[in-house]
Ligand binder design. Structure first.
Ligand SMILES: Cc1cc2nc3c(=O)[nH]c(=O)nc-3n(C[C@H](O)[C@H](O)[C@H](O)COP(=O)(O)O)c2cc1C
Length: 197
C-alpha cells in the first residue's frame, strides 16, 4: 500500500490571513515523519460560489467547475488536516461552503484539526467534528489548539513556532492518531474496492 496522502486544508481565504503559518508548520512536521505524503490545499485555488447547486453533492456531482475540481482533489486524498480559524465561534464560511460542495469524496477518511484563535479555535473545531461525522469521516480526538498568549504572540508580537516548542508535542499526538486512521481506512477502502471488482 502506498503512503496515505494527507491534504492540509487552509480554512480562510482573506488577504493577510494567519492560516498560512500553522499550515506550513504542521506540513513540515508531518513531512519529516516519512509515513504520510502531505500537501497544502488552499481554498483560494477553488473559488466556489456560495453553495448554489440544485441537488446535494451527496446524490449528484456539482455543476460548478471549481467545485468539480475540488471534488477531484478531495477524492485523491486519504485524510485531512483542517487548519481552522474561528469566526464568530464557528468555522469560517469558506471552509463550511467547501465541505458542503463534496460528500462521497470525504467518506471513510480521517479528519484532524489545527485550530487557532483566542481559545485555540476550539469552538470551531468542535463544530467541525460534528460536520465531519455527517460527511462519514473519522474525526480524531487529538487536535492542535494555538490559543491565548501563543496565538497573540504570533499574531501581534512577531513570535514564531520556534518560540513555542510545547506545541510540537500536540502536533505529534495529532499526527500519530491521524496516521493510524489514514492507514487503516485506506486499506479498508482498497479492500472494499478489490472485493467489488
Ligand atoms: C469575522 C471574524 C470573526 C472572528 N471571530 C472570532 C471568534 O469567534 N473567536 C476567536 O478566537 N477569534 C475570532 N476572530 C479573530 C481571529 O481569530 C483572527 O482574526 C484570525 O487571524 C483569523 O484567521 P485568518 O487570519 O486565517 O483569517 C474573528 C475574526 C474575524 C475576521
Amino acid at each position: 500500500m502506498s503512503k496515505p496522502r494527507i491534504g492540509i486544508v487552509i480554512s480562510t481565504t482573506r488577504q493577510g490571513r494567519f492560516g498560512d503559518k500553522p499550515a506550513a508548520w504542521i506540513r513540515d512536521i508531518a513531512a519529516a515523519r516519512g509515513d504520510l505524503d502531505v500537501e497544502i490545499v488552499d481554498l483560494r485555488d477553488y473559488p466556489m460560489p456560495l453553495f448554489d447547486e440544485p441537488v446535494s453533492p451527496a446524490y449528484v456531482p456539482p455543476t460548478n467547475e471549481a467545485a468539480q475540481r475540488w471534488g477531484r482533489k478531495v477524492a485523491e486524498l486519504d485524510g485531512f488536516i483542517f487548519v481552522t480559524a474561528e469566526y464568530n465561534r464557528g468555522p469560517p464560511a469558506a471552509l463550511k461552503n467547501a465541505l458542503d460542495y463534496a460528500y462521497k469524496e470525504f467518506n471513510r477518511k480521517p479528519a484532524a484539526f489545527v485550530g487557532y484563535g483566542g481559545v485555540g479555535g476550539a469552538r470551531a473545531v468542535e463544530q467541525l467534528r460534528l460536520i465531519a461525522i455527517e460527511l462519514q469521516m473519522a474525526p480524531t480526538r487529538s487536535g492542535v489548539h494555538i490559543g491565548g498568549a501563543d496565538f497573540m504572540g504570533m499574531y501581534m508580537q512577531g513570535k514564531t513556532f520556534a518560540d513555542l516548542p510545547h506545541l510540537d508535542a500536540t502536533a505529534v499526538a495529532l499526527l500519530d492518531e491521524l496516521s493510524w486512521w489514514a492507514h487503516v481506512l485506506k486499506a479498508a477502502r482498497e479492500a472494499t474496492v478489490a472485493k467489488a471488482a
